[in-house]
Design a protein around this ligand. Sequence first.
Ligand code: HEM
Length: 395
Amino acid sequence: MIINANEPQYSIADPYPWYKWVQQEKPIFRTPEGMWMITGYEDAMLLLSDPRCSHWGQDSQIFQYLSPVEKAIAQTLHALAPGHTPAFRKQIMHQLAARTLQVDEDEMKQQADEILTGLRSSTRIEFMNDYAHPFTFGTICRVMGVPQEEVSAFSKIVSGLKGGYLSFVDEKSWENGEDEPKKIFIDTLRRLIGLKRQKPGKDLCSAILAVVPDGNGDDSFIISLMVLLFYAGHQNMMNFMGNALIALQGRVEDQSMLRESLPLAITSVDELIRYDSPLQSVLLITQEAINLHGTTIPAGSQLLISIGAANRDPAKFENPDQLILGRRPNHLGFGAGAFRCIGARLAQIQGGIGLHRFFAYLNSYAIADHVSWSHFSVQRGPSSILLDINWNHEK
Ligand code: HEM
């Protein structure tokens, strides 16, 4: 067997050197599992919008290979898939679209300030659990319509789940009564649904319920949908905050800019996502044979579109390995095409506010210990970051 001595080792902590090697050496890379990994920006962009490719959540053929949890996620995604456009998808898109999104920025700021005020008595914090989790969870709770007085208790339950939302999309896993946090989580969602049926508000849960027929006591579909929305809105945001914090370490000028200007903080979110995206890839299935750079990819193949690699493609971005907050990149971190992230505007606003407030409260920070990375499927984010903080006590 020929071993390529130049191939860098893949590392969860820093997959980018390996991506770069694949991008340079093998524009179409066959993974050991037989997937076709696409790493170039132009290829990724075109394939994400190519009608000859279906999204894995839409593809019935791939179903037989999925685990029960993946099947449940795919079915929920399938329900969300463009093309059918059921009334609840329209509602979700309407509520989260940039034009119609209703989020109270002052409320978001206030929430960040309350968390940070509570943390200031300690010079060491665990950023993910102490700040990123409660801040981003509080936001998605408000969007979904969780009553304010229940958010804190709900947040603690979810933090005990270690972010493993996706296992909950599978209805069968709810039956497992031995797992108390799981049961409490699903019961909380059931209570929320009951509450919103009785007294609808201007929130996403009420908007969905208004157009989904009452399931005659079976709310499993709505619950799965809500879990997916909590996951999409919370897990990705938390990972965004963690990745951003690591990228910004020691970058004093960038930190000052984020501290001083909320509008600039909001527009910086895209470059931070380009630089280190919370979702690293999207899986597509070819519906017919596709020719790419002289290689024929047969129909029914799995295409692993590597967002992480494409976002660092030197053919698209100058100095791709440098974080340049002033750049306004047309990145793929929110996906592209029909499945592009519906929550992108919400992500920009809350990402910007979360970082702006964090830096307003401190003079400097240092990462105190080895960062551990969580690795579930296509997600990328630190599971914990211990920080030593020099707080700004004049704040
Ligand atoms: C930095 C944060 C975020 C990132 C990087 C991100 C990224 C993405 C990406 C790449 C996709 C496409 C996935 C695929 O094709 O398989 C997606 C879809 C989606 N995102 Fe986001 N997202 C973020 C925040 C949010 C937020 C805050 C929400 C709000 C609930 C949200 C809601 C959704 C939904 C509902 C979809 C499914 C779209 C569809 O089925 O058409 N996302 N997101």
